[in-house]
Design a protein around this ligand. Structure first.
Ligand code: SF4
Length: 203
């Protein structure tokens, strides 16, 4: 919701105030969805031979990359689960791909078959997941967020600390307050080209 608002307040209005859902092609998301489901079963030690054999070439390539990733091979704590946190008057939450650890060092994993966010440190997903995991795990030596970028075959790691915690809390409260007080939902003229609301939007 926050990312939609940042992309265009008017789009946020259509989607979350008026509850208008526009049809979108799911093709672009299919690979990501399958790899995420498989990754979750694998971490939970569920037998996946039959699902693996049904993958197409491009899905198999991405899946093999994930299986070789050193973070994905760490000790498993939890996968595909929802966490939430209350900041000021706002409840924030999300669904994490996985949390793994090496002794008392914990890592939130996020598998990306597409691109990672442009500003990963201050992406709402990064900020919310780290704050939620900080509250959930409590006694850790270190906590990091790892974007596993399967497209570019690299990991992007953000290490959490008290300074970031303070910044994240302030930033998220400020965004939520802005959304909460907005009554105009003006467009920001940036992202109309591929917007699915283009046909009903007067802009
Ligand atoms: S068409 Fe443009 S202004 Fe309208 S909702 Fe989409 S992004 Fe916003």
């Amino acid at each position: 919701m926050i990312k939609t608002y940042q992309a265009c307040p008017k789009k946020y209005y259509f989607q979350y105030v008026e509850n208008i859902n526009m049809p979108k092609s799911s093709l672009a998301f299919e690979k990501g969805k399958r790899v995420h489901a498989l990754a979750n079963y694998y971490l939970q030690k569920i037998k996946i031979d039959r699902i693996e054999s049904a993958l197409n070439d491009s899905e198999r390539e991405v899946w093999e990359l994930l299986k070789e990733n050193p973070f994905y091979n760490m000790d498993y704590l939890k996968s595909e689960f929802t966490l939430s946190i209350k900041l000021s008057d706002f409840w924030l939450g999300g669904r994490l791909d996985a949390i793994v650890h090496k002794e008392n060092d914990y890592y939130i994993l996020d598998y990306k078959t597409g691109s990672i966010p442009q500003n990963p440190e201050y992406d709402p997903q990064t900020m919310i997941y780290l704050l939620c995991a900080d509250k959930y795990i409590k006694n850790y030596d270190s906590l990091s967020f790892v974007y596993i970028d399967l497209k570019n075959k690299q990991n992007y790691i953000i290490k959490f600390n008290e300074q970031l915690k303070e910044k994240y809390e302030k930033e998220l409260i400020s965004i939520c307050s802005l959304i909460n007080s907005d009554s105009l939902y003006d467009c920001n003229k940036n992202s109309c080209k591929y917007c699915e609301y283009g046909k009903i939007c007067n802009f």
